[in-house]
Design a protein around this ligand. Structure first.
Ligand code: ZN
Length: 294
């Protein structure tokens, strides 16, 4: 068996309110890490971690069920394409070109070759790309993919609280719940050899944190526990979190357990892969890590 190849796909970006993204941290402090624009918006990338494994001697297509036994795993996948124009353009200022084209350009694979999508959680900016709009109709973006979600997140998404209802699109949740490839998990699991999925609850119940080993390095997709490298300091948690104290504890325990891991921050506007550094002020972002291809 060959090693996993680790890379990313960047689908585009959108804007979120800088204040919401940093909770109680004053703008005078967080704006040193991410520059807001005149509307206090900060540009957030929409990235997927891409894990690729091909069997020796295979064609390397990773087609599910094929003889190759290869696997192309995306962790999260972009933003909901069917927002009303006002939300899309005036509020979130979404820029996400055609996903099939992006996948071909950045990963060199077709949509039918994506074998798995791990949905860290079902917020509109994490799994919106599971559907794409074709002539006014929504169709699955990755027709062959198994889509992995936690049961608690799926149930929560169907009856979210008044506080976080706006983070879900009911039509999208309905579409995901009806996907033929949906795989519902109860707690942590091994997706494959070298890929372990853990669960965190501070941001939203049943959020999946993906660990992968490759070439002797340990990689962690931190989902919205740590959305960007500017969120590494422990108290820098988002106002969106349902249980911020839990997020604080979860970050502390993740960083302490894996101080030397390569972290994937999916919304980071500049770079996805980062190391941590521990200073007298606590955890800070360390060096950038350059991704390697499959
Ligand atoms: Zn997010």
């Amino acid at each position: 068996m060959q090693d996993w190849g680790i890379s990313q796909v960047c689908w585009g970006h959108f804007y979120l309110d800088g204040g919401s993204m940093f909770g109680i941290v004053p703008r005078a402090i967080w704006s040193r890490l991410i520059q807001p624009d005149e509307e206090n918006g900060i540009c957030m990338a929409l990235r997927s971690l891409l894990l690729r494994r091909t069997e020796p001697g295979s064609s390397g297509t990773g087609r599910p069920g094929g003889a190759s036994g290869g696997r192309n795993v995306l962790v999260d996948c972009g933003i909901w394409p069917a927002f009303p124009q006002k939300l899309r353009d005036a509020v979130y200022r979404v820029h996400q070109p055609d996903m099939h084209r992006t996948l071909a350009e950045q990963a060199g694979i077709g949509p039918g070759e994506v074998t798995d999508v791990v949905a860290t959680h079902l917020h509109f900016d994490h799994v919106g790309g599971l559907a794409r709009e074709v002539e006014g109709n929504l169709v699955p973006t990755f027709p062959e993919a198994r889509v992995h979600v936690q049961r608690r997140q799926l149930e929560w998404a169907c009856s979210a609280s008044v506080k976080d209802r706006g983070s879900y699109v009911p039509k999208m949740v309905e579409l995901i719940a009806g996907l033929p490839g949906l795989v519902v998990h109860d707690g942590p699991y091994d997706l494959d050899e070298g890929v372990r999925v853990e669960v965190a609850d501070g941001h939203t119940p049943g959020m999946q944190i993906v660990h992968a080993t490759c070439g002797g390095s340990h990689f962690i997709h931190a989902a919205d526990m740590v959305p960007s490298s500017a969120h590494v300091p422990i108290p820098y948690v988002m106002a969106f979190d349902l249980e911020p104290l839990k997020t604080v504890a979860e970050k502390e325990s993740l960083f302490s357990a894996w101080p030397g891991a390569v972290y994937f921050f999916m919304h980071d506007p500049d770079h996805p892969f980062w190391m941590l550094s521990r200073t007298e002020k606590g955890w800070q972002r360390g060096a950038r890590w350059a991704s390697r291809g499959p």
